[in-house]
Design a protein around this ligand. Structure first.
Ligand code: SPV
Ligand code: MG
Length: 431
């Protein structure tokens, strides 16, 4: 009897999947793999059902010999363990990630003469509708809002990219790298006050009002499904902050980060080059507690951002504040620094983790950008935010093209720097 293997990374079984199983069963004894939640995420298929439920779903299909857990998206371990005569897969290898998986399967099978059997992927209106319904579920406020907390338990570190428009939202949503063994993508999006303001040609001083900031969030929400962390600056007056919390929850935002500054807020990366005042522990704790009382859903997070290192007040002040903010109800702590060297951040994280193993820690490595996600995770960091890189990439690219047009009095010379027209007009999927 030949042995056959196929893997599913899906939340719903439709007739296309059943057809693959039907064809696989004709070839021999069938083992079905179910991909782990964390690998589904790395592959940008956020599971709407946990792995246990997805295993039960497969169990209800008759004829399958064995169900196993596939721990990595690449097939190396599975092939080593099972050496199947056939691996069966739908022929829908469309994105670069899928192509990389296909390459991986073929190279593994070649070593011992196994065979890849590709089944024509069933496409009909029912299946298309089911696919759309999954995307729809992911995009709905309730599901999106809770996704950040779920991620905290599912990935070693939540990789968050700055977005300030629908287009940058699409980049955070869809960018996936497939490079040999590695398939990866971003987990969440950051709506930065710096970038939201800069994109509007305004300074980062809480000048862009909440209504306008909400419009940016809405532009992003319209075209994405990933969870959103909102940069709430100082949170404003406590009397206003409570309304902000409600609005964000309603929109499906997962978290707000507020910083312990008061008065005219300036961007932290100015450090002490400009006058900045830190809020008192009492005031800031009162603001956090008021926000937590106003919150309606269980899954929304209020994260307290500590500016002590930025303002030269040192680690012990930062730690003292972290304890107080947590005890006032903060669901997480963001510690910020503008040092190029990550040492002070690492020292804070290590000290905090000695006394608190579970409160999520967030960092924004704009200045200390040499540290990797893996190193941060080792020091207990749960969320890393790449807070301004997309905007900083766009500005010089646009300015360069503007200068070229001025210089040559035509646009031809700039063509090499531009996305082809055909690509830009088909960039956005039509519904
Ligand atoms: C932002 O992105 O607006 C931030 C992070 O607040 S930082 O600019 O590093 O202060
Ligand atoms: Mg900001």
């Amino acid at each position: 009897m030949k042995t056959v293997y196929t893997c599913f990374c899906t939340d719903i079984i439709h007739e296309g999947h059943l057809n693959i199983i039907h064809e696989a069963l004709k070839l021999g004894s069938l083992t079905v793999g179910v991909l782990t939640d964390s690998e589904m995420i790395r592959y940008n298929r956020f599971p709407t059902k946990p792995m246990k439920d997805r295993i039960d779903m497969i169990r209800s299909i008759p004829g399958i010999d064995k169900i196993i857990v596939q721990k990595t998206i690449m097939y190396d371990d599975i092939v080593k363990e099972l050496r199947p005569d056939y691996i069966v897969h739908g022929d829908n290898w469309k994105d670069p990630g899928m192509m990389e998986i296909k390459k991986n399967i073929l190279s593994l099978l070649k070593k011992y003469g196994g065979e890849l059997i590709e089944i024509p992927y069933t496409i009909n209106s029912t299946i298309q509708k089911i696919d759309k319904q999954i995307t729809e579920k992911l995009a709905m406020p309730e599901f999106r809002r809770g996704r950040l907390r779920k991620l905290l338990n599912l990935v070693p570190i939540i990789k968050t990219l700055e977005v300030h428009s629908g287009l940058t939202g699409l980049i955070a949503e869809k960018t996936i790298i497939a490079d040999g063994e590695a398939i990866d993508q971003f987990d969440a999006m950051w709506i930065s006050s710096l970038c939201d303001s800069t994109d509007k040609g305004k300074p980062d001083i809480e000048l862009v009002d909440m209504t306008s900031r909400f419009r940016t969030i809405n532009d992003v929400i319209e075209v994405t499904t990933k969870p959103i962390i909102f940069d709430g600056d100082t949170g404003g007056l406590t009397e206003h902050f409570v309304y902000t919390i409600r609005s964000l929850e309603r929109m499906g935002v997962s978290a707000i980060i507020i910083e312990d500054k008061t008065g005219l807020k300036k961007n932290s990366l100015f450090g002490m080059d400009v006058e900045q005042t830190q809020d008192s522990v009492e005031n800031f704790c009162a603001k956090i507690s008021a926000g937590k009382r106003a919150q309606l859903s269980d899954d929304f997070m209020i994260i307290a951002r500590i500016e002590s290192l930025i303002l030269g007040k040192g680690k012990s002040d930062a730690l003292q504040r972290a304890r107080s903010y947590r005890d006032a109800g903060a669901d997480g702590i963001m510690i910020h620094s503008r040092e190029k060297d990550p040492t002070e951040i690492i020292e804070f994280c290590d000290a905090f983790r000695q006394e608190d193993k579970k409160t999520p820690l967030v960092v924004v490595p704009t200045s200390f950008n040499s540290i990797t996600e893996g190193e941060l995770a080792k020091h207990g960091v749960n969320i890393v935010i790449y807070a301004n890189q997309l905007l900083r990439a766009a500005f010089p690219a646009m300015e360069n093209v503007a200068k070229m047009i001025l210089k040559y009095h035509r646009a031809e010379e700039a063509d090499n720097c531009l996305m082809p027209i055909r690509q830009i007009i088909t960039l956005i999927d039509e519904l």
